[in-house]
Design a protein. Structure first.
Length: 227
């Protein structure tokens, strides 16, 4: 194993008991890439959470709840899902701390959304009502096409410009943060990937769930950046 990385996780209630619950798919994908995941509980004080950054070599922002719209100056939409203010605060602090330390970041699903918000972007709170299209992005059993920007870090990582990805999200990037560049899109134009364009530390942010796919190129690229 070549590096320990901080990994965010949601809270879940199981038989009346609250738990920090990281999907094992993330653990398996990271360990296959030679990394050791260190789970950062979302109930920590943000400053405590950032103490972990002095002991890890990268950060993974995982999927989960909706980001609170107050974080990007919007009012709640009727279709807004569950939010977690404490998790938002922890992840925003981790993003700021990781960028200050120039730690590589891999952001997945909710991860790309909170990263975009942290850097000054906004979100669609519910794609089906705010940006309807022929694609049901919330269908957990479906895949849709993906167009990748040639010459981007994502293109270098996957070595393709077209593919299909698994999809299960009802939120997505609306206004892209100024320090990010979009690097992949669904056929309906929804942004599906982004990466820094401001000289910031290594980062890849994707809207789909690569941890559930057999191909581990994104995790191997992250591991290479961590080393």
């Amino acid at each position: 194993m070549s590096g320990v990385v901080a990994v965010t996780a949601p809270l879940r209630t199981d038989a009346g008991r609250e738990r920090v619950a990281l999907n094992t798919a993330y653990v398996r994908a990271l360990t296959r890439a030679g990394l050791v995941p260190l789970v950062v509980p979302p109930i920590l004080d943000p400053e405590q959470a950032c103490a972990a950054l002095d002991r890890v070599r990268g950060v993974v922002l995982t999927g989960g709840e909706d980001v609170a719209p107050a974080r990007y100056g919007a009012r709640p939409h009727p279709q807004l899902g569950e939010t977690d203010a404490a998790r938002d605060a922890v992840e925003l602090a981790l993003i700021e701390g990781a960028r200050a330390r120039r730690l590589p970041m891999l952001a997945i699903c909710r991860g790309i959304q909170i990263l975009n918000v942290a850097l000054g972007g906004t979100l669609y709170q519910d794609l089906a009502s705010e940006r309807p299209s022929e694609i049901n992005h919330a269908d957990s059993h479906a895949r849709h096409g993906l167009r990748i920007e040639a010459g981007s870090r994502l293109h270098d990582t996957l070595a393709i410009v077209e593919t299909s990805v698994n999809t299960r999200h009802h939120q997505a990037i609306r206004d892209l943060a100024p320090s990010l560049a979009a690097t992949a899109w669904a056929p309906d134009g929804v942004i599906e990937a982004a990466e820094p364009c401001d000289g910031g530390p290594w980062a890849l942010a994707v809207q789909w769930h690569p941890e559930d796919d057999v191909e581990g190129a994104l995790f191997r690229a992250f591991a290479a950046a961590v080393r």
